[in-house]
Design a protein around this ligand. Structure first.
Ligand SMILES: Cc1cc2nc3c(=O)[nH]c(=O)nc-3n(C[C@H](O)[C@H](O)[C@H](O)COP(=O)(O)OP(=O)(O)OC[C@H]3O[C@@H](n4cnc5c(N)ncnc54)[C@H](O)[C@@H]3O)c2cc1C
Length: 295
């Protein structure tokens, strides 16, 4: 059975990729060889509660259930704040880079990133197939004609890894929503990728239609795409509905994930729509597993 590694990571460097994106380099206590070698690797970061120097970490588990039970067994007043992030890049030895959106709202992750210093420590759970199957770009692309990527700045780290992993000449169209032109990033890719940058220009994150409007109006490449969507939950749902209902994509060709929720923290209870989305993702995952296909 796959493991769910839990370890401390320590800040060694902090830079700003753009005004609203901090890149934090961490040295990990231990790191599996596979970490950072494939795109879209997700981790859960554990942030200390106020008054704590170090977050209290749950024991390492063999499966998502036992690990999460151990997490819940930590008394609530000591339980770390836990938020999801993406490994942006593996560095030398046991180092990893993670990009944090400085969204300016309250929230333990963004507040921590805004004042992080070398030597600060967090907990890291994963990456692991226990809670997120890796995107198999090779298989997904082999079964489709081109790759469609769409998301906001929280999806930028994952989109960066996906573009960088594209095979030579693989066709791709990316639509990325950010605050303004200062938030653009450059990506190296061997693929034949066109990146469309979309700017909110003053409209708050989670309230803008620029992403869905751009995808609706876009002239798609010939053939059938495999689509990867992430960002604010309602926007992701709207994008998925458009692709399935208006563009006729098969549901199995759309990998979608709500990364954050407008006006709700990651600790708030799931809404009915979140539950429906989770059910659909699970059904898709199980169908793919039964077929021996990648998710
Ligand atoms: C699989 C996965 C991978 C992710 N990868 C990354 C990553 O690599 N980098 C990254 O920065 N984020 C990433 N995210 C998104 C990140 O987990 C959320 O944005 C998270 O809510 C941030 O936690 P917080 O403590 O800052 O805010 P929370 O405490 O969760 O929320 C506090 C308030 O901030 C608002 N908020 C949260 N995020 C944003 C935002 N981006 N813009 C505006 N308002 C916001 C909420 O609506 C809420 O009102 C990922 C999410 C998932 C599920």
């Amino acid at each position: 059975m796959a493991e769910l590694p839990v370890s401390f990571i320590q800040v060694t460097d902090i830079t700003h990729v753009t005004p609203r994106m901090a890149r934090v380099t961490f040295d990990a206590e231990r790191l599996d060889d596979s970490v950072g070698r494939t795109p879209d690797q997700q981790v859960k970061l554990c942030f200390p509660r106020s008054g704590q120097q170090l977050p209290v970490l749950p024991e390492q588990g063999d499966d998502a259930t036992s690990w999460y039970q151990a997490f819940l067994a930590i008394p609530e007043s000591e339980r770390p704040w836990m938020r999801s992030f993406t490994i942006r890049r593996r560095g030398p030895a046991n180092t990893v880079e993670i990009d944090f959106v400085l969204h300016g709202d309250t929230g333990p992750a963004t507040s921590w990133a805004g004042s992080a210093r070398p030597g600060d420590r967090l907990g890291m759970v994963g990456p692991s197939e226990v809670y997120s199957a890796p995107v198999s770009l090779t298989d997904s692309i082999a079964n489709s004609d081109w790759l469609l990527l769409a998301g906001d700045e929280t999806a930028l780290p994952a989109i960066g890894t996906l573009l960088e992993a594209l095979p030579e000449g693989a066709p791709a169209l990316a639509f990325i929503e950010v605050a303004d032109a200062a938030e653009r990033q450059d990506f190296q890719t061997a693929g034949d990728a066109t990146v469309n940058w979309l700017y909110r220009e003053g409209t708050p994150p989670g309230r803008s239609d620029v992403l869905i409007d751009a995808v609706r109006k876009a002239e798609f490449l010939p053939g059938s795409p495999f689509a990867w969507l992430a960002g604010e939950s309602a926007a992701v749902r709207a994008l998925r509905r458009h692709l399935v209902n208006d563009r006729g994509l098969d549901k199995a060709s759309v990998d979608f994930s709500g990364y954050w929720r407008f006006k709700l923290t990651q600790d708030d209870a799931p809404t009915a729509e979140d539950m429906a989305e989770a059910q659909e993702r699970l059904a898709q995952f199980q169908a793919a597993a039964a077929d021996g296909r990648p998710e």
